[in-house]
Design a protein around this ligand. Sequence first.
Ligand SMILES: Cc1ncc(COP(=O)(O)O)c(C=O)c1O
Length: 445
Amino acid sequence: MSTPICDFVNKYIENDTSRLHMPGHKGVSLLGMERYDITEISGADSLYEAEGIIRKSEEIASRIFDCPTFYSTEGSSHSIRAMIYLASLFAKKRGENLRILAQRNAHKTFLSAVALLDAEVEWLMPDGSSSYLSCKLSAEEIKKVLSRVDKRPNCLYLTSPDYLGNVVNIREIAAVCKEYGVLLIVDNAHGAYLKLLENGSHPIEQGADMCCDSAHKTLPCLTGGAYLHISKNADPVFKNNAKDALSLFGSTSPSYLILQSLDKVNGLILDGYDKRLQDFDKECFEVKEQLKAAGYVFCGEENTKFTLETKKYGYRGTDFAQIMRNNHNLECEFSDPDYAVFMLSPLDNGLNKLKDALLSVEKREAICDTPPHISLPKRAMSVRDAILSPSETVSVDMSLGRVLSVCTVSCPPAVPILMSGEIIDENCIDAFRYYGIRDIKVVLE
Ligand SMILES: Cc1ncc(COP(=O)(O)O)c(C=O)c1O
């Protein structure tokens, strides 16, 4: 019984019961998967009040991840809002307001969570050479901020791995957080698979109090499948309120297709998918070594994510992605002027195809321009005030001195260049132009 949700639905299909309940398709095949798409009928349990098959499935996931694990069918975005809510509850329990120290390359959902929960944020800026998508930092830098007496943050929010595959040393940083009694939350949306590797690199293993993983990004799960993990060592307030936190921000109609997919992933892992992934991880490492010998330069520490620093090979990232698309029928995860990101899995032949395609591209003279350096802009108002203020859309060319309202960054990578409430300066305008952003939403004056 490693897949209780799938088993239940298969039995229901076999019984050929007349579906006098939602969803309206009644199990009749239009796209093909309708018969699997059920709702909270008798025996199907209920995600936020789980006591039956969903609870059993979450318990299996908890054993795999070796910590209390809760499902979401609405992505890490959902788990992020739940985590910030739980952090806020915890701060209140200690008689404090939530003050978060966050790496600047946070996903835009983090901003919406901060706005909804009225948390304070202090940003950790990337070093001068980095893209806005990465924010390298050390335990010493964190320690410097946390040893401050005035307005000390009570929560640290990290994004690791980031969109480019950079991984933070969570273990060292967790030790600093423990020393200062600071809660450690990790956006591990890109790193669900880390738990299946042999090196203990999943954030919970490394000492984080909570993290979210998008199962759908790096495990064979349908889009939307995600986890909220809570450390066994974390204060009981987190585990005890996790379901309520998810329920607060989630739909009352969670997708049973996605629940079955999360359930199925457990079954796959228990059947040996972890070993398959470990072998594949090594294979990716070796292929990268061959590609490096051919002149390619990679960013980041993840093996299964191929983030090419394409300018060093003579191409802009977006042009490179187009070559892969048009000449090799390969679609990347993301590209911008500097990078092309490819995400690999042992489930198909993508690695060999990518390798052959990359080896067939002619190396050119390196392109030497770099992205504009973005320094911390001045803040005019809180994230919450900016997002909740009436706004208007203006062209970037007319935006100097205005205050950013909602971040209208597209996904991928959905990482804002400028945060809500900050004042647009020349620097930001250069960055917007560099990344092809033409219009933005600003607070109405
Ligand atoms: C770093 C990061 N965090 C969070 C998210 C949100 O994850 P989801 O799409 O599962 O809601 C994303 C999505 O791309 C992401 O890249």
